[in-house]
Design a binder for this molecule. Structure first.
Ligand SMILES: [Fe+2]
Ligand SMILES: [Fe+2]
Length: 185
């Protein structure tokens, strides 16, 4: 697994959690909001501590992109703090979720369309894998589970993920088809 695969898997997971949160009953919202907040915080820490410094080292003139990314993380943190302070049954919860989601999706789009492709171009294959390894260590140290590696996961593991994500037609899919369906998110 390389760093871009790892970060993009985390982006897809965050998007799924936003969708769940939007569809959840009011009494389920607090728990989902807490899970989403933890995942986003850990993801942002990985980027700030491991990925963005590597980008600054490897890519000339990347300082302003990284500064913008950090400013967007700060905005996301404000939204997360507001969300956690609000009871899931309070009117306005929906609106706050929509605002936070829009901000996070905007940031994710910039990362996936500019920042990560630039990194992939500037770094060697080994460097991209090493960054992923550092992130995985950090995820494990936080007591969380790193995203599964699509290259080495078994069909059974992929099937379990597909079940979690309600992938249609999963039972008839081969390992490669499951991996492709999961990647599409
Ligand atoms: Fe980010
Ligand atoms: Fe990200």
């Amino acid at each position: 697994m390389n760093i871009n695969q790892l970060l993009m898997a985390q982006h897809r997971e965050a998007e799924r959690l936003f969708e769940k949160l939007e569809e959840a009953q009011p009494e389920q919202r607090d728990e989902l909001a807490t899970t989403l907040a933890q995942k986003l915080e850990l993801h942002m820490e990985l980027e700030e501590e491991i990925v963005y410094p590597a980008i600054c080292d490897l890519i000339e003139d990347s300082d302003s992109d990284v500064a913008e990314a950090k400013a967007e993380h700060a905005l996301a943190r404000q939204g997360i703090a507001q969300l956690l302070a609000l009871d899931g049954e309070t009117p306005g919860f929906d609106g706050l979720v929509a605002m936070l989601k829009a901000g996070v999706l905007h940031h994710v789009e910039e990362e996936e369309e500019e920042v990560l492709p630039n990194l992939a171009e500037a770094a060697t294959h080994e460097q991209l894998e090493e960054l992923a390894r550092l992130c995985e260590e950090r995820i494990l140290a936080a007591g969380a589970e790193p995203p599964s590696d699509p290259d080495t996961a078994t069909r059974e593991e992929l099937y379990e993920k597909a079940k979690e994500q309600d992938v249609e037609g999963r039972s008839g899919m081969s390992k490669d088809e499951l991996a492709a369906a999961l990647e599409r998110g």
